[in-house]
Design a protein around this ligand. Structure first.
Ligand SMILES: Cc1ncc(COP(=O)(O)O)c(C=O)c1O
Length: 381
């Protein structure tokens, strides 16, 4: 069997239709979108065409979309951009955000802003009551992710956004993992900033976007040219923008089908595990009812995550033990820790994330391989 890729939450294969668009732009266009000659004008048309297309797919105005270098930059631009538009104040986020948000928040703390990191329950969900209790007179920004990258838990962002609106507080949402899995219509959401990246939706790596609602403050992070209406300096990534737009279009169009397929793939994996090792031999971390079906985080008590990952890799199966930034080290995920999992669940968690190209046969094969690995390792004790 060919290698099986179950790490789509880390990065995804580029769709052929997207690669085709990228190749076409790369081979035909090289002008700088800021130049006034024909080459420049043609480049500008490409970038603005991509912007219009994304705005149409996500339901916002074209001038509300800023191209960035990826999800990390979008998160940083939103947080520092909102914070630096004023002096001091209080920001609320959660303990389970991606490091792109958490580490940016730590920096803002060093600059003198006060931060509250909301706890989550055992499924990884934030309680709106906890948010209400954390609000202060000087709270000016809330940053809460739509879907978690490690366990797939989806947060009640509409409810949170309404609270933010009522209080005149800015609201940033990291939707990097949610795009293509959760319907997003920006003009209907009580959100001021939303972060995206192309490489999680079968687009190219190194390009992302930030939605900034008209009127929301944004102090630029990068200073230089006047690109992106002076909000993000630097020559535009033509091929990346065009490829991203195609990827967004296909992800939005295919979202309902992806949901069904993901449910089926997860079902096959779990049924295979039930048959092979039995339901008591594993534990699902996260919220299977309300989470993304394409991200399934499972603990196999008694088998350490790194040992399981290595054994899976030897069988040609790629999975992960947490976010890509922490995998490769034995550090226990901050997300699972915040969910207060049992010790042996923490140390044995594996993230399986499905996507383009995965089949039900692959999932059955993976379940059989896990059965062999678990039985072999447990017999060793
Ligand atoms: C929820 C979330 N936010 C932000 C990022 C960072 O995105 P990028 O890799 O494009 O910088 C990731 C990537 O793993 C993510 O999962």
């Amino acid at each position: 069997m060919k290698p099986i890729y179950l790490d789509h939450a880390a990065s995804t294969p580029v769709r052929p239709e997207v690669a085709e668009v990228i190749m076409k732009i790369m081979s035909e266009q090289f002008g700088n979108a800021s130049s006034v000659h024909t080459f420049g004008r043609s480049a500008k048309k490409t970038v603005n065409g991509a912007r219009d297309s994304i705005a149409a797919s996500l339901g916002c105005f074209s001038d509300e979309w800023i191209f960035t270098g990826g999800g990390t930059e979008s998160d940083n631009l939103a947080l520092f951009g909102a914070a630096h538009s004023r002096k001091g104040g209080h920001i609320i986020t959660t303990a389970i955000e991606h490091h792109a948000v958490l580490h940016a928040c730590r920096e803002l703390e060093k600059e003198g802003y006060s931060l509250t990191y909301l706890p989550v329950d055992r499924t990884g969900r934030v309680a709106p009551e906890d948010l209400a209790a954390a609000l202060r007179e000087d709270t000016f920004l809330i940053s809460i992710m739509l879907a978690n990258n490690e366990v797939g838990t989806v947060q009640p962002i509409e409810e949170i956004g309404r609270v933010a609106r009522e209080r005149g507080i800015l609201f940033h949402v990291d939707a990097v993992q949610a795009l293509g899995s959760v319907p997003i219509s920006l003009s209907d959401l009580p959100v001021d900033y939303m972060s995206f990246t192309a490489h999680k939706i079968n687009g190219p790596q190194g390009i992302g976007g930030l939605y900034v609602r008209r009127g929301a403050p944004l102090h630029p992070r990068l200073h230089g040219g006047l690109q992106e209406r002076g909000r993000r300096a630097g020559t535009e990534n033509l091929a990346g923008a065009a490829g991203f737009a195609k990827a967004v279009e296909l992800a939005v169009e295919g979202q309902a089908d992806k949901h069904e397929e993901s449910l089926l793939l997860r079902d096959r994996l779990l049924h295979g595990l039930d048959r092979g090792i039995g339901r008591d031999a594993y534990h699902i971390n996260g919220d299977i009812e309300h989470g993304l079906p394409n991200i399934t985080n499972i603990s196999f008590p008694g088998v350490r995550s790194d040992v399981m990952l290595m054994n899976l890799d030897m069988e040609g199966i790629a999975a992960s033990s947490g976010s890509a930034c922490t995998s490769g080290s034995l550090e226990i995920s901050h997300v699972l820790k915040a969910m207060n999992l049992r010790g042996d669940h923490l140390s044995s968690a594996i993230r399986f994330s499905t996507g383009l190209g995965n089949t039900t046969e692959e999932m059955e094969h993976v379940a059989r391989k896990i059965e062999t690995i678990v039985k072999r390792l447990r017999n060793k004790d």
